[in-house]
Design a protein around this ligand. Sequence first.
Ligand SMILES: NC(=O)N[C@@H](CC(=O)O)C(=O)O
Ligand SMILES: [Zn+2]
Ligand SMILES: [Zn+2]
Length: 428
Amino acid sequence: MTTVIKGARPYGEGDPVDVLVEDGVITAIGAVAVPEDAEIVEANGQVLLPGFVDLHTHLREPGREDTETIDSGSAAAALGGYTAVFAMANTDPVADNAVIVDHVWRRGQEVGLVDVHPVGAVTVGLKGEKLAELGTMANSQARVKVFSDDGLCVADPLLMRRALEYSTALDVVIAQHAEEPRLTVGAQAHEGERAARLGYTGWPAAAEESIVARDCLLALHANARLHVCHVSTSGTADVLRWAKDRGTKVSAEVTPHHLLLTDERLATYDPVNKVNPPLRTESDAEKLRAALAEGVIDCVATDHAPHAVQDKDTEWSAARPGMLGLQTALSIVAETMVRTGLLDWRGVARVMSERPAEIGNLADQGRPIEVGEPANLTLVDPDAEWTVRGAELASIAANTPYEGMRLPGVVTATLLRGRLTARDGKVC
Ligand SMILES: NC(=O)N[C@@H](CC(=O)O)C(=O)O
Ligand SMILES: [Zn+2]
Ligand SMILES: [Zn+2]
């Protein structure tokens, strides 16, 4: 199997080069003599990046296949430029044992569009009462590397401490959904002026920041690795900066929607904008962008959260939180980080591929675009624009907050181990 990407600019730098891919590996970069049987991808000077890695995806299989499956979610991922995704454990049944995680891993490999790495639950049934069998999942066929109760916080500090302690022996990472539940009872939107005006119960910034501070201290004392899911406040970025300065092994992600959208959207009353943690203020979004550029926040993760119409298209208080993200992530990063000059394309490779691969402990992802490296690659047309239509996205659900928006940056091809998984907006 041979593919030649003709005239691409790795990391958007330098003159266009040809990239020869044979049997899943990059075998030549430069002016390449095209072998006869080769598949040719005309890049026309587009930006070539390592395939994106999403540390935070909800694929809803098993349990809610009416909203997303490993099949449909893998298609969305490939079209979005992803070559690996981590599928969260809050399925039904919960991915808290080897049977479920192995099913998710195997199904992902059968579909073959993206590596689907299951996230294992930290606690049995996400109940926050007793630890799940982390070791069994880590040593299963799926080789679980990330554990999280995402959707819910591991709120009990003793349980969180134990999980962090166990994680060191297994060389895995605990990813925390930082939300002190006592501070968010009945919460509907960011606690601030806008929620107050509309009469929504607030979700205070301190509910996130207090858990992040607590967990950073627990991780530091346990010498364990902690990953903070969907950072949403500027205060959390300050806590992370402080913790990193002290040598805490903490990493963090920000979602595209927290980089772009704010609680100004509340005024629409449209529950498509309801998400957990909630959309915050303009000042938060601005500081999150700066923290991502600076490296205090390590990476972008989508928190792709498909929901059925009947669970989403209701009055605000009844709607489930969450929004689609896989197919729009690159464009939102292009809009908020590249157009603003905060990141160049090498920086995009860092936050969407290299750092997430390191955090998720994937040896074959987020690799440099060099001879001898695995051909997990994404080609991006930086000058093209597209208009988002939820109904046209590959996900079964259509709950995108970007409906009708014109966005920069189009993924034109994705290669997984040298095989084209998406090309010109179509799954291969
Ligand atoms: N982000 C969300 O609003 N929802 C997620 C859960 C989560 O990430 O907390 C979901 O599973 O729907
Ligand atoms: Zn969460
Ligand atoms: Zn999530």
